[in-house]
Design a binder for this molecule. Sequence first.
Ligand code: SF4
Ligand code: SF3
Length: 506
Amino acid sequence: MSMFCFQCEQTAKGQGCTVCGVCGKKEDTANLQDEVISSLIELSKTKPNDETTLKIIEGLFTTITNANFDNESLKTMIKNPEYDMNKIWQGNEDVRSLKSLILFGLKGMAAYAHHAWVLGYKDETVNNFFYEGLSALEKDLSTDELIALVLKTGEVNFKCMEMLDRANTETYGNPEPTKVTKNIEAKPFIVITGHDLHDLKMLLEQTKDKGINIYTHGEMLPALAYPELKKYEHLKGNFGTAWQNQQKEFDNIPAPILFTTNCIMPVKDSYKDRVFTTAAVHYPQCTYIKADNNGYKDFTPVINKALELGGYKEVQKMPGINGGESLTVGFGHHTVLSVADKVVEAVKSGALKHIFLVGGCDGAKPGRNYYTEFVKQTPKNTLVLTCACGKYRFNDLELGDINGIPRLLDLGQCNDAYSGIKIAVELAKVFNCGVNDLPLSIVLSWYEQKAVCVLLTLLYLGIQNIKLGPSLPAFVSPNVLNVLVDKFKIAPTTTPEADLKEILTK
Ligand code: SF4
Ligand code: SF3
């Protein structure tokens, strides 16, 4: 075995990538990423300070799936990699499972902490837990101690998501319902993808008055709902569909693409010269945009590329995967809770029978149209809340409304699962019951490590009966799965028909 990685849903044979990654990550890159984590374990033994914390956050973030394929950049992050990660990968399977849940949860949380950090938001509990969680990885801890740390990862991530929600909404305003076009105008343009709103803001500032349009892609879509971002008239709409269609959709695109976070797929030659990366994303031979000491990024190379390529010659229609020509975004907790009385009234009158939260990551493996079919088959007297990039499976569907409330409500990015939790907690207060007693079901799709930290938060909050798909994580051992089933009644997704029937007849 020359490498070992099983951190994402598409891992080879549902067990682990041992020769090269299904994601395109090569053996040497995977091993360097292990050395980065080992270096961070060493760093976690030092006294916390901002400089070290940022190194830890950046190191964890860059090792998430589909973020860094560049060995040279990884090498710069390796220092004293004392701990051999193979001790975990080849050790007792339950310990491996619990330590993986902690490590992968930390990776997801690091991404959120980073987005908040660049906006000037930090939290001591969150930061200190990076040290605690990392240093636990090399310790001999009992199963009970590890389970407690797994749940603590969920607890701290809840704080982290709350911090990021505050960072985003205090900086850019509360998202408001916004209709987004999927048509691309005939003009030079830039596609920006990933989760980092601060990068988008800097790009918008630098491109105003330049005759360039900006289109979001993937997880950047919710940015179009923030008042302080949507005020830029050249932020036009959304390009393309799900992230895993990028190799086809970016093929010979007459515009540059800026990757601010995951998910970057192996870059094809037909568009390699127009891919730019920043923050945790690195790809060999693609231009990397570095922040200066004040965090400022000069996007001139991206801007010049857009002007050089010139954009499409005529308007390009890019419908969603179900043929829809527009999307509606901007239903964060602020908007949804502002019509909470309407929702409560609809439940009381019987017009609204059930609320589904169908959210999480998308991925390339077959079986993911479960989520399209599930949403299509939800009865007309139900609402569907969604967040993260898995929604591209159904976000162009026209589902109608219930007493003026749209049936499909896009909460935002994966970190905006926080909005879903806040809405559920508020509704539970109104109905004077627990969240588990609400007519609410959570159907999650997972792919990478941000979904892991969100799942751990839901478990920490005691939320039961989550359906998880399209397959269970390879790093959940049979014994750990038993705990999850016993304690949280977590279940794998089956078929949309059977799952809907089971949920609605409960
Ligand atoms: Fe395999 Fe996923 Fe790891 Fe890539 S990130 S090497 S696909 S498990
Ligand atoms: Fe998607 Fe990569 Fe996870 Fe933020 S962008 S959710 S997969």
